[in-house]
Design a protein around this ligand. Structure first.
Ligand code: HMG
Ligand code: MG
Length: 290
């Protein structure tokens, strides 16, 4: 039987959050609507984060209200705290994601609190999500390296991931936020992870700064991971991880998985339509966008 891999599209959130020019909500909605036809089970559509921290996500509610929902797709949003969760729930998201870091330096820069404090914040998010029946995904950023502290110990990642799972996250996405990881780093990380949790609860979130994201996916497949994040057109980065380039492009991920004999359910032609829209965003002069 062909093994199927879940490709989790994060472009509209992880990708667009890093664009400096303000992209019109209608353009974001158009992108999500195309992606909604491409076969993804889940699309991370936006983030209910502070607009002071990430201005690009300020229109999260408008975006959620404007999309034409495909009933077969779960529309997810990133939430940093209970306020973000409440707004996401009100906007009708199907799933939320909380995001912690495995390094103190990145946690401070990205969400202005320590790793322990972020866990406290997530406790109330998890309780509210449970009451509302909303599944929660957890990210662990800087799972390999931190832009402020250098290499990150696999055991630190494991400990944060275990806490998130314990709190009720259904899956943990391991973020190579800086995109500096190599297949050997991935193997070291996953050795530590799979000793303490099932590979089926883990996803790979690779940024392609070093051009090794596909190789890193292949290494992670050896450990039994069956979910990988991609961003259409290789959009992305993180505003609080200087130098981190785009996410692994969804097409590169899907094409490689298909070559390796995996099934993804993603329609490459529809993905190409979405890529064209992304190319249009990139080609627009800043004054048109803002
Ligand atoms: P803070 O400044 O410590 O907290 O931010 P605050 O409570 O003082 O809030 C600051 C302002 O934001 C206030 O407004 C709040 O009301 C407002 P003001 O009084 O200044 O007008 N506020 C909010 N507004 C809307 N929605 C909310 C919300 N919360 C507060 N939910 C906070 C703390 C966590 C809010 C902030 O640091 C934040 O939003 N950070 C998000 C940063 C972010 O989105 N980073 C990118 C995503 S992470 C990533 O890309 C990595 C990932 O892809 C995985 C990987 O690649 O590894 C996930
Ligand atoms: Mg990311």
């Amino acid at each position: 039987m062909t093994k199927s891999i879940n490709v989790y599209e994060v472009g509209p959130r992880d990708g667009l959050q890093n664009e400096t020019a303000v992209i019109p909500s209608a353009t974001k909605i158009a992108l999500i609507n195309i992606l909604g036809r491409a076969g993804f089970a889940t699309i991370e559509a936006t983030g209910f984060v502070s607009p002071r921290w990430v201005p690009q996500m300020a229109d999260a509610a408008e975006v959620m209200a404007g999309i034409a929902r495909n009933p077969g797709v779960r529309y997810a949003a990133l939430v940093p705290n209970l306020r973000g969760f409440d707004a996401a729930l009100e906007a009708g998201v199907d799933e939320v994601a909380v995001f912690a870091a495995a390094s103190e330096g990145f946690s401070r820069k990205n969400i202005n609190c320590s790793v322990a404090e972020s866990m406290e914040r997530f406790t109330s998010v998890m309780a509210a999500a449970q009451t509302s029946g909303i599944p929660v995904r957890g990210y662990v950023s800087c799972a390999i390296a931190c832009p402020y502290e250098g290499r990150v110990a696999p055991e630190a990642v494991r400990d944060v991931a275990l806490r998130l799972l314990d709190m009720g996250c259904y899956e943990i996405s391991l973020g190579d936020t800086t995109g500096t990881g190599r297949p050997d780093d991935v193997a070291r990380l996953l050795d530590a992870m799979v000793a303490d949790m099932p590979a089926s609860r883990l996803a790979g979130h690779f940024h392609d700064t070093g051009g090794r994201a596909v190789a890193n996916v292949e290494r992670a497949l050896d450990f039994g991971l069956a979910c990988f994040d991609g961003a259409v057109g290789g959009l992305g980065g993180c505003p609080y991880a200087p130098g981190a380039k785009g996410n692994l492009a969804t097409r590169s991920l899907v094409e490689r998985l298909h070559q390796l004999g995996y099934e993804t359910g993603i329609d490459i032609d529809i993905l190409a339509e979405a890529e064209q829209l992304v190319a249009g965003i990139r080609a627009m002069p800043e004054e048109v966008l803002s």
